[in-house]
Design a protein around this ligand. Structure first.
Ligand SMILES: *Cc1c(COP(=O)(O)O)cnc(C)c1O
Length: 385
């Protein structure tokens, strides 16, 4: 079916009804195996690691939303990344954006390195610098835009064009934007990965990962790796994700309007030294982001001016919750240097600009005045006299 707008596809995309009963929601096929009618006579499924109807509905949905050939659901975002990076071979090198998610860095730095797969941190914001990093062993680039936690924007189209001139595979982690705000395959990426734990799930109640490939050839390879390595998403979690995705559009509309109001509030605040949010006209990534995404998204990071005790700030928040993760309906705050990005060595953190004073906000869909009142009182409480 074709739709005028993604809002309809969020609800009716993929396989949205049960053919047999007419149930308007895809049932949870909580089964590990499937009866065969005779030797080699399958009814489409044989074993749930290989394929499960609930997971398949989710996989068809995300493929449709991202505009790809096929989708794959994994037990976490990192399981999805592990499967995608398993396309590489010993001796290959992957370039990664300079502030990718800490777990992505750790996966390459402390797991894939055992298998002789190397990485280089590349400033993908700067196309010339990115091209200089393409040595003969580089086979792929993994981009996050906006990248965590400084919200740096990479021109996905420009990176994809340059990368393809050198025969690289282009992987984009679209967790922060979702296909509602940004569609990397249309901008030239070959594979999109998600931590669906975040906005796609949207309610902080499921850990999940997704990958979508642009081509049939890549889909066949990822399907083989998914089945061979086995990090698949269970049927119940697949159901939760389908349920979450149905409200992605309405949730994100509110998330984004709240985030813009919060970013404007912080950028005018005398106690705030810097604000990183690509939805602000004054942000260095604004123009590029505007070309490739619907808006600036939801994630904001900022620093307080000297004379504020950051630990006091975190302790004083009453509504905004101090926690890892992001993308849920509730507002969350975190301290990247000691939490999400702690697995990145201090010297690298310093080099890429992740300071100990940096605060990351995932703005929820509560009433914006309540969110801002809470931030304001915590800033006041954090003043050092
Ligand atoms: C959370 C996150 C991941 C990892 O996903 P999990 O579901 O926690 O495994 C990867 N990339 C980004 C941008 C994230 O925020």
């Amino acid at each position: 079916m074709s739709y005028k707008n993604i809002n309809t596809a969020l609800i009716h995309g993929g396989i949205s009804t049960d053919e047999r009963t007419g149930a308007v929601n895809v049932p949870i096929y909580q089964t590990s195996t499937f009866k065969q009618d005779g030797l080699g006579k399958l009814r489409g499924y044989e074993y749930s690691r290989t394929g499960n109807p609930t997971r398949e509905a989710l996989e068809a949905l995300i493929a449709e939303l991202e505009g790809g050939y096929a989708g794959f659901a994994f037990a976490s975002g990192l399981a999805a990344e592990t499967a995608v990076l398993s396309l590489l071979h010993s001796g290959d090198r992957v370039l990664i954006s300079s502030n990718v998610y800490g777990g992505t860095f750790r996966l390459l730095n402390q797991v894939f390195d055992h298998f002789g797969i190397n990485y280089t941190i590349s400033d993908t914001e700067d196309i010339a610098a990115f091209e200089r990093d393409i040595t003969p062993d580089v086979k792929a680039v993994l981009v996050e835009s906006p990248a965590n936690p400084l919200m740096t924007v990479t021109d996905i189209r420009a990176v994809a064009e340059k990368a393809h001139e050198h025969g690289l595979l282009v992987i984009v982690d679209n967790t922060f934007m979702t296909p509602y705000l940004q569609r990397p395959l249309e901008l030239g990426a070959d594979i999109v990965v998600h931590s669906a734990t975040k906005y796609l799930g949207g309610h902080s109640d499921v850990v999940a990962g997704l990958a979508v490939t642009k081509t049939k050839e890549l889909a066949e390879k990822i399907a083989f790796i998914q089945n061979s390595t086995g990090g698949v998403l269970p049927p119940f979690d697949s159901f939760l994700l389908i349920r979450g995705i149905k409200t992605l559009g309405v949730r994100l509309d509110r998330h984004v309007s709240n985030a813009l109001a919060a970013a404007e509030f912080l950028s005018k605040h005398s106690a705030v030294k810097s604000v990183h949010y690509p939805g602000l006209v004054t942000d260095k990534g604004y123009e590029v982001n505007k070309r490739q995404a619907k808006n600036g998204g939801v994630m904001i990071s900022f620093e307080l001016t000297d004379g504020h005790d950051i630990e006091k700030f975190f302790e004083s928040l009453k509504l905004v919750t101090l926690a890892e993760s992001l993308g849920g309906v509730e507002s969350l705050v975190c301290h990247p240097s000691s939490m999400t990005h702690a697995s990145i060595p201090e010297e690298i953190r310093r080099k890429v600009g992740i300071t100990d004073g940096l605060i990351r906000l995932s703005i929820g869909i509560e009433d914006i005045d309540d969110i801002l009142d809470d931030i304001e009182q915590a800033i006041k409480a954090s003043e050092v006299s």
